[in-house]
Design a protein around this ligand. Structure first.
Ligand SMILES: [Zn+2]
Length: 330
């Protein structure tokens, strides 16, 4: 795995290991497939993954005015994968459909007459989509795997491409960009790849989320401080999912492994969505305090519940008004 400009680049097998290892606290309910259209194959020289990713980020930040690159990952013509936006943040990829989504940009122009997708890239797209479905516990269907083309531009309403839509991910993307094309040509490949991944499912019921409040919190193989250390400790501010609670208050933080933390040194956080564009956080709980961060609609974050009027963002410590937030139940 290589790193440059803050992005990681990896091949498919590295991606599998990497992605099953990392924790993603955000709830992902759909995987979006896109093509970049521009840059297309003509701009890819086999060696400039990072530069192209940085250019896309610059365009999203400076031209579109976004806080970061829109997509979570880009898949290149040679099948390599480069990371983009933090997986803990909603993407900026389909208007109105971003809050619980994971966004894949496939580099190329896959409209008729554009680029002919290389087999390495098509294999990578299939494998990565299967890995994401497994990781997030998603069924392989056209609700959890979606094409940009199926949503009306400007409203984000799903109309399956019946008017006012982009062609993205391209009219030649795995045989076409319609729902029926996806069902006939893309999903069967994803299902096959999914079955070959074996039993790596991490999906389970989440009881709540907690944020670590001490500088270091040990993770142990059972619900008691005498049990051996299971993995590296958690640091302050990290949000983890809780899958079980022992009688003594210890919390199980992995669905598939015996990873436990003490019930002390952490506090419950709520998952919220920002309700409007340009919602502003402040340095204290009141409009007299200085403005801090400007959020976009449907950005997801974790907050500490305090007096019911102002909430404190977990990562930044900024304060946000109750009326700017809607609460997510999962
Ligand atoms: Zn798109």
């Amino acid at each position: 795995m290589e790193k440059k400009f803050g992005f990681y680049k990896m091949d498919v097998s590295e991606f599998k290991d990497y992605f099953f290892e990392i924790k993603v606290a955000r709830t992902v309910l759909s995987i979006q497939e896109h093509h970049t259209w521009k840059p297309s194959y003509a701009t890819f020289n086999g060696n400039n993954h990072f530069e192209l990713q940085r250019n896309m980020k610059d365009y999203h930040v400076h031209h579109n005015g976004w806080s970061d690159i829109g997509q979570h990952i880009t898949i290149f013509p040679d099948g390599d994968i480069v990371t983009g936006r933090s997986f803990e943040r909603s993407p900026a990829c389909i208007f109105g459909q971003n809050s619980n989504a994971f966004c894949i940009e496939n580099l190329g122009n896959f409209d008729a007459g554009g680029d002919v997708m290389r087999p390495e890239q098509s294999e990578s797209i299939v494998q990565v989509t299967a890995v994401l479905c497994k990781k997030f516990g998603l069924p392989i269907n056209t609700n959890s795997i979606v094409y940009h083309h199926w949503f009306r531009l400007g409203t984000g309403q799903r109309n399956n491409g019946s008017g006012g839509n982009k062609s993205c991910p391209g009219t030649q993307f795995f045989g076409g960009n319609k729902v029926s094309d996806c069902e006939a040509h893309f999903l069967p490949k994803v299902r096959q790849a999914y079955d070959n991944l074996g039993n790596l499912s991490v999906h389970s019921t989440i009881i709540k989320y907690v944020s670590v409040s001490s500088a270091k919190l040990n993770v142990r193989t059972g619900p008691h401080y005498t049990r051996p250390i299971a993995r590296s400790p958690l640091s302050r501010g990290v949000v983890v999912r809780v899958f079980d609670i022992a009688n003594n208050g210890w919390l199980k933080i992995s669905s598939k492994e015996e990873h436990w933390i003490s019930g002390k040194f952490n506090s419950e956080v709520k998952k919220v969505l920002i309700r409007s564009n340009k919602a502003v956080s402040r340095l204290g709980p009141g409009t007299e305090f200085q403005r801090s961060t400007i959020y976009s609609k449907d950005e997801e974050l974790f907050v500490h519940e305090l007096d019911g009027t102002w909430y404190r963002a977990n990562m930044t410590g900024d304060w946000i008004k109750r009326t700017d937030l809607s609460f997510v139940t999962n």
